[in-house]
Design a protein around this ligand. Structure first.
Ligand code: BJ8
Length: 428
């Protein structure tokens, strides 16, 4: 891919040499981790293609949009209300933040004992190897965890960054009222950025566009709930990751095509792992591309990962935006309601997340939970205590893994997951 896009990357101000190193490493890792899986559905070909062109064709598409006068908005959190971005005729993309590649560059500036996700995304901006960053006209941050909040201030020195203030008790009436004001302010910001008015019609269309994407992802999740699961957890995660990068309409259509194929597999009782493979839920911090470490280790030692209770997973698509009326205000309130239900560990007391984990454990018939936290993520780390208690009450085993983006603990994680699967086997 490199040759034909070099001019475009140069125009985006990227560090070409360093970016080549990134692409080479990513290509090898994808081949050895994702492409090496057995019995993948044929319709995964499209998603392989997306990954192969993730810094090429997709970036060209974004730049074509920009050349046609449209705006690209980059985000890091599912709290960024994409419906308002699309209603203003702009496009939203998730930004790079899932690789260790950029962490050493970030550590020159940031403290080392900071979440790897934050260091990774900041590093990708300063080392100029993420074309999504380079193609973004505006970044949208949010006041979720403290690390992110403060790093947005530094990012704002490099690229315009708008920070949404998120209520930390979103379930309360005052939390929702506060969030409504933030949504109104963000609507104005989008109108200012694009020069387009967000009308009732435009917002209703954008809500349907994004609801359709969430419905397709939910359909895929429902298929993964079958036994045996017709697709690997790693492929399921990959699709959830791609949902933040690809063109929305095309992505939705391709997920539905894949689901048609999986329907057929389910009808025939075909799965990727054996019917007896322990069914595992991953719960915790989001996994951005190319964070495939825990999935690939767990499935290589016989687990079947059937669901991600994560923002790159169920937290993104479980709830739709469901307006109760037709006015612009009704639509904004429906957005408010939907986003207020996202059970992020940054909020308190976040009982909704505990309830969701228990509900998912039943729906997906899981045998155990791998609780995944990134190092120095205090919110998910501490909340793990309550999650473990709740799972214990259901007699469900949990393994807590705290890690970063390096491969230094690969063997250790593998040994721990193997031991965890043995415990599950003995319990059966
Ligand atoms: S809604 S989970 S996407 S904030 S892992 S950077 S919390 S220290 S990513 Fe998140 Fe939005 Fe919440 Fe979801 Fe901080 Fe933790 Fe790092 Fe995190």
């Amino acid at each position: 891919m490199a040759e034909k896009y070099v001019e475009m990357w140069k125009n985006l101000g990227m560090d070409i040499e360093k970016h080549d190193q990134l692409l080479n490493g990513l290509g090898q890792y994808y081949t050895s981790t994702v492409l090496s899986q057995k019995n993948r559905p044929q319709k995964m070909d499209y998603f392989n293609f997306v990954v192969s062109e993730v810094h090429g064709l997709r970036i060209k598409e974004l730049n074509d949009l920009r050349n046609a006068g449209k705006k690209v908005v980059g985000a890091f959190c599912i709290y960024a209300p994409e419906e308002l971005v699309y209603a203003a005729d702009a496009t939203m993309v998730g930004l790079c933040g899932g690789a260790d590649f950029s962490v050493p560059d970030a550590e020159v500036v940031l403290p080392r004992n900071l979440c790897p996700l934050i260091k990774s995304f900041y590093g990708f901006k300063i080392n100029r190897t993420c074309p999504y960053f380079q193609s973004s006209d505006l970044l949208v941050g949010e006041t979720t965890c403290d690390g992110k909040k403060k790093v947005y201030e530094l990012l704002n020195e490099l690229v315009p960054t708008y920070v949404l203030e998120v209520p930390h008790k979103p379930d309360t009436a005052q939390g929702k009222a506060f969030w409504f004001k933030e949504l109104e302010a963000f609507k104005t910001e989008m109108e200012k950025l694009t020069g387009n008015d967000i009308t009732q019609k435009k917002l209703a269309e954008a809500i349907e566009l994004i609801n359709d994407k969430r419905r397709a992802l939910k359909r895929l999740a429902d298929l993964r709930a079958k036994s045996p699961s017709p697709i690997s957890g790693l492929d399921g995660l990959l699709i959830e990751q791609i949902s933040f990068m690809d063109d929305v309409k095309r992505f939705t259509a391709k997920v539905n095509e894949l689901c048609d194929e999986l329907d057929e597999r389910v009808r025939k009782g075909e799965g990727v792992a054996s019917k007896n493979a322990p069914r595992i839920m991953i719960s915790g911090c989001p996994m951005a591309v190319p964070n495939w470490k825990v999935h690939s280790i767990a499935e290589s030692v016989g687990a079947s990962i059937v669901v991600e209770e994560s923002c790159v997973g169920t937290r993104y698509f479980t709830d739709l935006v469901e307006p109760k009326g037709k006015s612009l205000n009704d639509l904004l309130w429906a957005i408010d309601e939907k986003y207020s239900k996202i059970p992020c560990a940054c909020f308190t007391p976040n009982q909704r997340r505990i309830e969701s984990i228990i509900q998912l454990s039943k729906q997906f018939n899981v045998d155990g939970v791998i609780y995944y936290t990134l190092q120095n993520c205090h919110d998910y780390n501490v909340e793990g205590v309550k999650v473990e208690r709740a799972l214990k009450a259901q007699d469900l085993p949990m393994l807590k893994i705290e890690t970063d983006y390096t491969m230094g603990d690969f063997e250790q994680i593998k040994t721990r997951i193997q031991a965890f699967l043995e415990i599950i086997e003995e319990k059966r």
